[in-house]
Design a protein around this ligand. Sequence first.
Ligand SMILES: Cc1cc2nc3c(=O)[nH]c(=O)nc-3n(C[C@H](O)[C@H](O)[C@H](O)COP(=O)(O)OP(=O)(O)OC[C@H]3O[C@@H](n4cnc5c(N)ncnc54)[C@H](O)[C@@H]3O)c2cc1C
Length: 305
Amino acid sequence: MLGQVLLAASGSGVVRRAVSAFPLTRKVVDRFVAGESVQEARDAIERLRDMKLAVTVDHLGEETRDARAAEATANAYLTLLDAVRPLDLGVRGEVSVKLSAVGQRLDDAMALEHARGICAAAARNGSTVTLDMEDHTTVDSTLTILRKLREDFPSTGVAIQAYLFRSEADCRDLAAEGSRVRLVKGAYREPASVAHQGRGAVDKAYVRCLRILMAGKGYPMVATHDDRMIAITEVLADRFGRTIGDHEFQMLYGIRTDLQESLAGAGHTVRVYVPYGDDWYGYFMRRLAERPANVAFFLRALGGK
Ligand SMILES: Cc1cc2nc3c(=O)[nH]c(=O)nc-3n(C[C@H](O)[C@H](O)[C@H](O)COP(=O)(O)OP(=O)(O)OC[C@H]3O[C@@H](n4cnc5c(N)ncnc54)[C@H](O)[C@@H]3O)c2cc1C
Protein backbone atom coordinates (compact mmCIF):
# COMPACT_ATOMS: atom_id res chain seq x y z
CA MET A 1 0.00 0.00 0.00
CA LEU A 2 2.73 2.45 1.06
CA GLY A 3 4.71 1.32 -1.97
CA GLN A 4 1.78 2.20 -4.27
CA VAL A 5 1.48 5.65 -2.67
CA LEU A 6 5.20 6.28 -3.17
CA LEU A 7 5.06 5.11 -6.77
CA ALA A 8 2.16 7.49 -7.35
CA ALA A 9 4.14 10.28 -5.66
CA SER A 10 7.10 9.58 -7.94
CA GLY A 11 5.04 11.10 -10.77
CA SER A 12 3.93 14.19 -8.85
CA GLY A 13 5.65 17.48 -9.56
CA VAL A 14 4.52 18.98 -6.22
CA VAL A 15 5.97 16.11 -4.16
CA ARG A 16 9.12 16.18 -6.30
CA ARG A 17 9.74 19.84 -5.49
CA ALA A 18 9.05 19.35 -1.77
CA VAL A 19 11.29 16.29 -1.42
CA SER A 20 14.10 17.64 -3.61
CA ALA A 21 14.25 20.97 -1.78
CA PHE A 22 14.51 19.45 1.69
CA PRO A 23 18.16 19.85 2.74
CA LEU A 24 18.49 16.51 4.57
CA THR A 25 17.10 14.54 1.65
CA ARG A 26 20.55 14.57 0.05
CA LYS A 27 22.04 12.45 2.85
CA VAL A 28 19.55 9.68 2.20
CA VAL A 29 19.81 9.93 -1.57
CA ASP A 30 23.57 9.33 -1.28
CA ARG A 31 22.86 5.83 -0.09
CA PHE A 32 21.38 4.95 -3.50
CA VAL A 33 23.06 7.40 -5.89
CA ALA A 34 26.80 7.59 -6.59
CA GLY A 35 26.88 11.40 -6.82
CA GLU A 36 25.90 14.21 -9.13
CA SER A 37 29.09 14.70 -11.15
CA VAL A 38 31.01 12.53 -13.62
CA GLN A 39 33.98 12.69 -11.24
CA GLU A 40 31.88 11.28 -8.37
CA ALA A 41 30.56 8.54 -10.64
CA ARG A 42 34.08 7.70 -11.75
CA ASP A 43 35.29 7.54 -8.12
CA ALA A 44 32.45 5.15 -7.25
CA ILE A 45 33.23 2.98 -10.29
CA GLU A 46 36.89 2.78 -9.26
CA ARG A 47 35.92 1.77 -5.72
CA LEU A 48 33.63 -0.96 -7.08
CA ARG A 49 36.29 -2.14 -9.54
CA ASP A 50 38.73 -2.52 -6.64
CA MET A 51 36.11 -4.70 -4.92
CA LYS A 52 36.03 -6.94 -8.03
CA LEU A 53 32.57 -5.71 -9.02
CA ALA A 54 31.55 -4.87 -12.60
CA VAL A 55 29.29 -1.86 -13.25
CA THR A 56 26.51 -0.60 -15.45
CA VAL A 57 26.27 3.17 -15.15
CA ASP A 58 23.05 5.13 -15.46
CA HIS A 59 22.95 8.88 -16.07
CA LEU A 60 19.82 9.70 -14.08
CA GLY A 61 16.84 11.17 -15.89
CA GLU A 62 13.69 9.93 -17.56
CA GLU A 63 10.54 11.04 -19.34
CA THR A 64 12.19 13.81 -21.34
CA ARG A 65 9.73 15.77 -23.44
CA ASP A 66 12.24 18.22 -24.86
CA ALA A 67 14.64 17.49 -27.73
CA ARG A 68 17.43 19.58 -26.24
CA ALA A 69 17.25 17.72 -22.93
CA ALA A 70 17.37 14.41 -24.84
CA GLU A 71 20.50 15.56 -26.63
CA ALA A 72 22.05 16.73 -23.37
CA THR A 73 21.46 13.30 -21.83
CA ALA A 74 23.05 11.56 -24.82
CA ASN A 75 26.03 13.92 -24.55
CA ALA A 76 26.30 13.21 -20.82
CA TYR A 77 26.76 9.52 -21.65
CA LEU A 78 29.48 10.37 -24.18
CA THR A 79 31.29 12.47 -21.57
CA LEU A 80 30.98 9.69 -18.99
CA LEU A 81 32.28 7.04 -21.39
CA ASP A 82 35.27 9.29 -22.27
CA ALA A 83 35.95 9.81 -18.56
CA VAL A 84 35.98 6.11 -17.74
CA ARG A 85 37.91 4.98 -20.85
CA PRO A 86 41.29 5.27 -19.05
CA LEU A 87 40.04 2.80 -16.42
CA ASP A 88 40.11 0.18 -19.18
CA LEU A 89 37.13 -1.71 -17.79
CA GLY A 90 36.08 -3.29 -21.10
CA VAL A 91 32.85 -5.27 -20.72
CA ARG A 92 33.00 -4.78 -16.95
CA GLY A 93 32.11 -1.10 -17.44
CA GLU A 94 28.89 -0.88 -19.45
CA VAL A 95 26.14 1.75 -19.35
CA SER A 96 22.37 1.53 -18.85
CA VAL A 97 20.11 3.83 -20.85
CA LYS A 98 16.49 4.78 -20.33
CA LEU A 99 15.18 5.50 -23.82
CA SER A 100 12.67 7.98 -22.41
CA ALA A 101 15.64 10.11 -21.33
CA VAL A 102 16.89 10.34 -24.92
CA GLY A 103 13.62 11.24 -26.59
CA GLN A 104 11.43 8.10 -26.81
CA ARG A 105 8.35 10.08 -25.70
CA LEU A 106 8.92 12.55 -28.53
CA ASP A 107 10.00 10.37 -31.41
CA ASP A 108 11.36 6.81 -31.63
CA ALA A 109 13.79 7.80 -34.38
CA MET A 110 15.36 10.42 -32.11
CA ALA A 111 15.77 7.92 -29.26
CA LEU A 112 17.28 5.38 -31.68
CA GLU A 113 19.75 7.92 -33.04
CA HIS A 114 20.93 8.97 -29.56
CA ALA A 115 21.10 5.36 -28.38
CA ARG A 116 23.20 4.51 -31.45
CA GLY A 117 25.67 7.27 -30.54
CA ILE A 118 25.93 5.92 -27.00
CA CYS A 119 26.42 2.34 -28.26
CA ALA A 120 29.22 3.55 -30.55
CA ALA A 121 30.96 5.33 -27.66
CA ALA A 122 30.58 2.26 -25.44
CA ALA A 123 32.03 0.08 -28.22
CA ARG A 124 35.09 2.38 -28.32
CA ASN A 125 35.61 1.40 -24.65
CA GLY A 126 35.30 -2.29 -25.57
CA SER A 127 31.96 -2.23 -23.81
CA THR A 128 28.25 -2.15 -24.45
CA VAL A 129 24.83 -0.79 -23.46
CA THR A 130 21.78 -2.27 -21.75
CA LEU A 131 18.40 -0.62 -22.31
CA ASP A 132 16.43 -0.20 -19.10
CA MET A 133 12.74 -1.05 -19.31
CA GLU A 134 10.25 1.59 -18.18
CA ASP A 135 6.45 1.47 -17.89
CA HIS A 136 4.51 -1.05 -19.98
CA THR A 137 3.51 1.48 -22.65
CA THR A 138 7.17 1.66 -23.75
CA VAL A 139 7.94 -2.06 -24.11
CA ASP A 140 7.11 -2.50 -27.82
CA SER A 141 9.02 0.62 -28.80
CA THR A 142 12.01 -0.38 -26.63
CA LEU A 143 12.17 -3.88 -28.13
CA THR A 144 11.92 -2.44 -31.67
CA ILE A 145 14.75 -0.03 -30.95
CA LEU A 146 16.75 -2.89 -29.39
CA ARG A 147 16.40 -4.94 -32.59
CA LYS A 148 17.65 -2.01 -34.70
CA LEU A 149 20.59 -1.32 -32.37
CA ARG A 150 21.60 -4.98 -32.37
CA GLU A 151 22.06 -4.88 -36.17
CA ASP A 152 25.18 -2.75 -35.59
CA PHE A 153 25.87 -3.46 -31.91
CA PRO A 154 24.85 -7.10 -31.33
CA SER A 155 25.80 -7.13 -27.65
CA THR A 156 23.23 -4.44 -26.73
CA GLY A 157 21.10 -5.82 -23.90
CA VAL A 158 17.65 -5.12 -22.53
CA ALA A 159 15.83 -5.38 -19.21
CA ILE A 160 12.70 -7.54 -19.11
CA GLN A 161 10.24 -7.10 -16.24
CA ALA A 162 8.92 -10.42 -14.93
CA TYR A 163 5.73 -8.80 -13.58
CA LEU A 164 4.33 -8.15 -17.07
CA PHE A 165 2.12 -10.92 -18.47
CA ARG A 166 3.86 -10.62 -21.84
CA SER A 167 7.38 -11.17 -20.48
CA GLU A 168 7.53 -14.96 -20.71
CA ALA A 169 6.93 -14.65 -24.45
CA ASP A 170 9.49 -11.82 -24.69
CA CYS A 171 12.04 -13.98 -22.85
CA ARG A 172 11.39 -16.83 -25.31
CA ASP A 173 11.98 -14.45 -28.25
CA LEU A 174 15.16 -13.13 -26.69
CA ALA A 175 16.71 -16.34 -25.34
CA ALA A 176 18.82 -16.78 -28.48
CA GLU A 177 22.54 -16.90 -29.12
CA GLY A 178 24.28 -13.58 -28.48
CA SER A 179 21.41 -11.85 -26.70
CA ARG A 180 21.85 -10.24 -23.29
CA VAL A 181 18.73 -10.03 -21.13
CA ARG A 182 18.57 -8.47 -17.69
CA LEU A 183 15.70 -10.04 -15.80
CA VAL A 184 14.10 -7.80 -13.15
CA LYS A 185 10.89 -8.10 -11.14
CA GLY A 186 9.71 -4.65 -12.31
CA ALA A 187 9.63 -1.31 -10.51
CA TYR A 188 6.67 0.66 -11.92
CA ARG A 189 3.04 0.87 -10.86
CA GLU A 190 1.27 -1.25 -13.45
CA PRO A 191 -2.46 -2.08 -13.78
CA ALA A 192 -3.83 -5.60 -13.18
CA SER A 193 -4.74 -5.74 -16.88
CA VAL A 194 -1.07 -6.03 -17.86
CA ALA A 195 0.90 -7.17 -14.82
CA HIS A 196 0.88 -9.69 -11.99
CA GLN A 197 0.02 -8.02 -8.69
CA GLY A 198 1.48 -9.01 -5.33
CA ARG A 199 4.84 -10.41 -4.32
CA GLY A 200 3.97 -14.13 -4.63
CA ALA A 201 2.67 -13.87 -8.19
CA VAL A 202 5.58 -11.69 -9.29
CA ASP A 203 8.13 -14.06 -7.74
CA LYS A 204 6.57 -17.04 -9.53
CA ALA A 205 6.62 -15.14 -12.82
CA TYR A 206 10.27 -14.26 -12.20
CA VAL A 207 11.14 -17.94 -11.81
CA ARG A 208 9.29 -18.85 -15.02
CA CYS A 209 11.15 -16.18 -16.99
CA LEU A 210 14.44 -17.13 -15.36
CA ARG A 211 13.96 -20.74 -16.37
CA ILE A 212 13.40 -19.73 -20.01
CA LEU A 213 16.52 -17.56 -20.07
CA MET A 214 18.74 -20.06 -18.27
CA ALA A 215 17.57 -22.87 -20.59
CA GLY A 216 18.18 -20.68 -23.65
CA LYS A 217 21.32 -19.74 -25.52
CA GLY A 218 21.69 -16.08 -24.52
CA TYR A 219 23.51 -14.42 -21.63
CA PRO A 220 21.11 -14.00 -18.68
CA MET A 221 21.73 -11.08 -16.34
CA VAL A 222 19.91 -11.97 -13.15
CA ALA A 223 19.10 -8.63 -11.53
CA THR A 224 17.75 -9.19 -8.04
CA HIS A 225 18.64 -8.88 -4.37
CA ASP A 226 16.36 -11.77 -3.49
CA ASP A 227 18.23 -14.71 -1.90
CA ARG A 228 15.63 -17.16 -3.18
CA MET A 229 15.96 -16.04 -6.79
CA ILE A 230 19.75 -16.27 -6.50
CA ALA A 231 19.54 -19.80 -5.09
CA ILE A 232 17.13 -20.80 -7.88
CA THR A 233 19.53 -19.35 -10.48
CA GLU A 234 22.28 -21.59 -9.14
CA VAL A 235 20.00 -24.66 -9.33
CA LEU A 236 18.99 -23.77 -12.91
CA ALA A 237 22.62 -23.15 -13.91
CA ASP A 238 23.41 -26.68 -12.73
CA ARG A 239 20.42 -28.17 -14.49
CA PHE A 240 21.15 -26.49 -17.84
CA GLY A 241 24.92 -26.99 -17.71
CA ARG A 242 25.73 -23.31 -17.41
CA THR A 243 29.08 -22.29 -15.99
CA ILE A 244 29.87 -19.31 -13.80
CA GLY A 245 30.96 -17.17 -16.79
CA ASP A 246 27.88 -17.50 -18.98
CA HIS A 247 25.43 -15.58 -16.81
CA GLU A 248 25.81 -12.85 -14.21
CA PHE A 249 24.14 -11.28 -11.20
CA GLN A 250 23.25 -7.62 -11.02
CA MET A 251 22.30 -5.46 -8.05
CA LEU A 252 21.67 -1.80 -7.37
CA TYR A 253 24.26 0.57 -5.93
CA GLY A 254 24.04 0.62 -2.14
CA ILE A 255 21.67 -2.34 -1.81
CA ARG A 256 22.83 -5.63 -0.25
CA THR A 257 26.50 -4.80 -0.67
CA ASP A 258 27.36 -7.79 1.55
CA LEU A 259 25.69 -10.12 -0.95
CA GLN A 260 27.36 -8.37 -3.89
CA GLU A 261 30.77 -8.95 -2.36
CA SER A 262 30.14 -12.53 -1.31
CA LEU A 263 28.91 -13.59 -4.78
CA ALA A 264 31.86 -11.82 -6.42
CA GLY A 265 34.17 -13.53 -3.89
CA ALA A 266 32.74 -16.88 -4.99
CA GLY A 267 33.79 -16.10 -8.57
CA HIS A 268 30.51 -14.83 -10.05
CA THR A 269 30.33 -11.76 -12.22
CA VAL A 270 28.37 -9.27 -10.13
CA ARG A 271 27.47 -6.03 -11.84
CA VAL A 272 26.39 -3.03 -9.82
CA TYR A 273 23.92 -0.57 -11.36
CA VAL A 274 25.47 2.82 -10.58
CA PRO A 275 23.12 5.80 -10.99
CA TYR A 276 24.56 9.30 -10.94
CA GLY A 277 23.40 12.81 -11.82
CA ASP A 278 21.12 15.44 -10.36
CA ASP A 279 17.80 14.10 -11.66
CA TRP A 280 17.56 11.42 -8.97
CA TYR A 281 13.95 11.90 -7.81
CA GLY A 282 12.11 9.16 -9.81
CA TYR A 283 14.84 6.59 -9.18
CA PHE A 284 14.96 7.42 -5.46
CA MET A 285 11.19 7.15 -5.00
CA ARG A 286 11.14 3.71 -6.67
CA ARG A 287 13.81 2.52 -4.22
CA LEU A 288 11.74 3.82 -1.28
CA ALA A 289 8.64 2.11 -2.65
CA GLU A 290 10.40 -1.25 -2.84
CA ARG A 291 11.08 -1.41 0.85
CA PRO A 292 9.20 0.13 3.78
CA ALA A 293 12.42 0.04 5.84
CA ASN A 294 13.89 2.60 3.44
CA VAL A 295 11.03 4.97 4.21
CA ALA A 296 11.76 4.63 7.93
CA PHE A 297 15.44 5.34 7.21
CA PHE A 298 14.43 8.38 5.15
CA LEU A 299 12.09 9.70 7.86
CA ARG A 300 14.74 9.20 10.58
CA ALA A 301 17.25 11.12 8.47
CA LEU A 302 14.74 13.93 7.92
CA GLY A 303 14.25 14.03 11.66
CA GLY A 304 18.01 14.42 12.01
CA LYS A 305 18.50 11.11 13.82
C1 LIG B 1 20.68 -4.09 -11.79
C2 LIG B 1 19.22 -3.77 -11.74
C3 LIG B 1 18.64 -3.11 -12.81
C4 LIG B 1 17.26 -2.85 -12.79
N1 LIG B 1 16.67 -2.31 -13.90
C5 LIG B 1 15.33 -2.17 -13.93
C6 LIG B 1 14.64 -1.78 -15.11
O1 LIG B 1 15.25 -1.55 -16.16
N2 LIG B 1 13.30 -1.66 -15.06
C7 LIG B 1 12.57 -1.94 -13.93
O2 LIG B 1 11.34 -1.85 -13.95
N3 LIG B 1 13.19 -2.31 -12.79
C8 LIG B 1 14.54 -2.44 -12.77
N4 LIG B 1 15.15 -2.85 -11.59
C9 LIG B 1 14.39 -2.88 -10.33
C10 LIG B 1 13.65 -4.18 -10.14
O3 LIG B 1 12.55 -4.26 -11.04
C11 LIG B 1 13.12 -4.34 -8.70
O4 LIG B 1 12.23 -3.31 -8.43
C12 LIG B 1 14.19 -4.32 -7.62
O5 LIG B 1 15.35 -4.98 -8.06
C13 LIG B 1 13.69 -5.03 -6.35
O6 LIG B 1 13.41 -6.37 -6.64
P1 LIG B 1 14.24 -7.62 -6.06
O7 LIG B 1 14.36 -8.59 -7.20
O8 LIG B 1 15.49 -7.18 -5.47
O9 LIG B 1 13.27 -8.32 -5.06
P2 LIG B 1 12.44 -7.84 -3.79
O10 LIG B 1 11.55 -8.97 -3.47
O11 LIG B 1 11.85 -6.49 -4.00
O12 LIG B 1 13.57 -7.72 -2.69
C14 LIG B 1 14.30 -8.83 -2.20
C15 LIG B 1 15.20 -8.33 -1.09
O13 LIG B 1 16.16 -7.40 -1.63
C16 LIG B 1 16.37 -6.32 -0.76
N5 LIG B 1 15.89 -5.07 -1.42
C17 LIG B 1 15.19 -5.00 -2.57
N6 LIG B 1 14.97 -3.70 -2.91
C18 LIG B 1 15.53 -2.97 -1.94
C19 LIG B 1 15.64 -1.57 -1.73
N7 LIG B 1 15.12 -0.68 -2.56
N8 LIG B 1 16.31 -1.16 -0.63
C20 LIG B 1 16.86 -2.05 0.24
N9 LIG B 1 16.78 -3.38 0.08
C21 LIG B 1 16.14 -3.84 -0.99
C22 LIG B 1 15.59 -6.62 0.49
O14 LIG B 1 16.43 -7.34 1.35
C23 LIG B 1 14.47 -7.51 -0.02
O15 LIG B 1 13.92 -8.33 0.97
C24 LIG B 1 16.51 -3.16 -11.62
C25 LIG B 1 17.10 -3.83 -10.56
C26 LIG B 1 18.44 -4.15 -10.61
C27 LIG B 1 19.03 -4.91 -9.48
